[in-house]
Design a protein around this ligand. Structure first.
Ligand SMILES: C[S@@+](CC[C@H](N)C(=O)[O-])C[C@H]1O[C@@H](n2cnc3c(N)ncnc32)[C@H](O)[C@@H]1O
Length: 225
């Protein structure tokens, strides 16, 4: 049971079977398709994926961009991704065990990215507002952020009641956070719907959105993460 934010234990345990879940593969494929359609990745672009997991989205985006930094806090998830990279021959992915939501993390302080994206990871990060400011500061001027996650949910999506997560996001509130970070929201769309029997035994639907926003000017904001 993960009763603290940023505990990699659950993902370390699940990593070797992660890709066996058909809904996980399906949502990742739809997220990748939607990111590609909305952001038009190019072979001149440097990209960052936070919470890349086993690379279900990474492996779709990497062939389209110049370079991709794939980061995650679970070493076992990254181990699976590294195996995929090794067998695929794709050479432009740099994998690292990095927690960007940690105030002491400085790995990317000197870098900037044209595209920063994630799939189903934002709800695992405690300080959403601070984290969005942090990624906004890592964007190149004109860069684009694309975040796929759950709409506000009933609190029963995750199987472990003690797991520290946000129960999805309110679209208006997330739009406000993007604007507060100096980003201009471009689109908000529903790209997938989970159909699952939730923790309370009810057959429920959980929509997944993709929001995109770009950096209109080179603003540097204070962040408190
Ligand atoms: C629900 S999984 C999604 C994995 C992958 N994006 C996918 O679609 O299959 C969330 C991932 O975010 C990672 N994660 C959670 N908190 C993180 C943080 N602060 N920084 C980086 N990765 C994080 C977890 O280790 C996990 O691999």
């Amino acid at each position: 049971m993960a009763d603290t934010w940023n505990s990699p234990d659950k993902f370390n345990r699940e990593a070797s079977q992660w890709d066996e879940n058909p809904q996980r593969r399906a949502v990742a494929l739809e997220v990748a398709k939607a990111i590609i359609a909305a952001t038009n990745p190019k072979n001149t672009m440097s990209a960052l994926e936070f919470g890349c997991g086993t690379g279900l989205v990474t492996m779709e985006i990497a062939p389209l961009v110049k370079s991709l930094a794939a980061i995650d806090t679970s070493r076992e998830m990254l181990f699976v991704l590294k195996e995929k990279i090794r067998t695929s021959g794709i050479e432009n992915i740099e994998v690292s065990s990095t927690n960007l939501s940690s105030p002491s993390e400085s790995a990317f302080n000197e870098k900037s990215f044209d595209l920063i994206y994630s799939s189903m990871t934002l709800h695992h990060i405690d300080d959403t507002a601070g984290f969005i400011i942090r990624i906004a500061n890592l964007l190149s001027p004109g860069g684009i952020v694309a975040l796929a996650d759950l709409d506000l949910e009933d609190g029963f999506f995750h199987d472990d009641p003690l797991e520290k997560v946000h129960h999805g996001f309110d679209r208006e509130a997330l739009t406000d956070l993007l604007k507060a970070a100096g980003l201009e929201p471009l689109s908000f769309e529903t790209i997938y719907t989970f159909n699952k029997t939730n923790r309370s035994g009810v057959a429920a639907v959980y929509p997944v959105f993709l929001v995109t926003a770009n950096k209109i000017e080179n603003v540097e904001l204070q962040h408190n993460v």
